[in-house]
Design a protein around this ligand. Sequence first.
Ligand SMILES: Nc1ncnc2c1ncn2[C@@H]1O[C@H](COP(=O)(O)OP(=O)(O)OP(=O)(O)O)[C@@H](O)[C@H]1O
Length: 251
Amino acid sequence: MASITLSGVVVDIPIYDNGSRSIKNSVLSVATGGQIRPRDGTNRIVVRALDALDLHVAHGDRVGLIGHNGAGKSTILRVMSGIYEPTAGSVSIDGEVASMFNIGFGMDPDATGWDNIILRGMYLGFSRREIEARSQEIGELTGLGEFLDMPLRTYSAGMSTRLAFAISTAISPEILLIDEGIGAGDAAFLSQAQERMRKFIGKAGILVMASHSNDLLLSWCTKGIWMEHGRIRMQGRIDEVIKAYKESLAG
Ligand SMILES: Nc1ncnc2c1ncn2[C@@H]1O[C@H](COP(=O)(O)OP(=O)(O)OP(=O)(O)O)[C@@H](O)[C@H]1O
């Protein structure tokens, strides 16, 4: 059974250009972003992207991360995927993780879409034989047609996302992490993606996604977590959390 538990997770991101006094003086006065603070005992400035975060995601949960720019949504996903090591606290992940945001990983910009399906598939743990056997099906799902014969560097962000999405969901991971971007697809791709996502969720994995699209969050998620300055402001049913967040923006 897949699960994710974060206990007291702090992520401080050091800023190496510490020459500016104005950074220190503007601490906490802004509506967006994490908390900018001098690091204890040093002259270094850090951004506290996550502040003592406790979070449990259980098998079958579909969690939407909501909040203003810089609230910490992407940082949570990066911690869950192992890209960021927490400054303090602990992370426990049970299950195979596939993430949809490090889409450059395991991909070669000069190789074609077809070749990248093989490369990224192997990076995600397929054997060459397994991924070759499935590459046709994955290629069709991308809807990229003849672009699959073109080098990846000729793709738009949305096209790269299609490719990454098709490969990631093909491997049926137990935990899927998505950061924005998926909204970059067109309507036909999104409905195809939803169908695939429903199948994925039907296999009872975990989905954690960050998005500014309420429609996408409402259709894919059941739980919502509203982040603010690296902390959880509210969590609960996705519709209730989105409603409260919208009210706070209006007020
Ligand atoms: N590479 C970095 N260097 C410095 N600060 C960073 C870096 N990455 C993130 N941060 C800071 O960490 C905080 C949290 O950022 P994060 O990307 O998690 O926010 P977010 O909620 O995903 O925002 P958005 O909705 O704009 O994508 C912000 O204050 C941001 O400035």
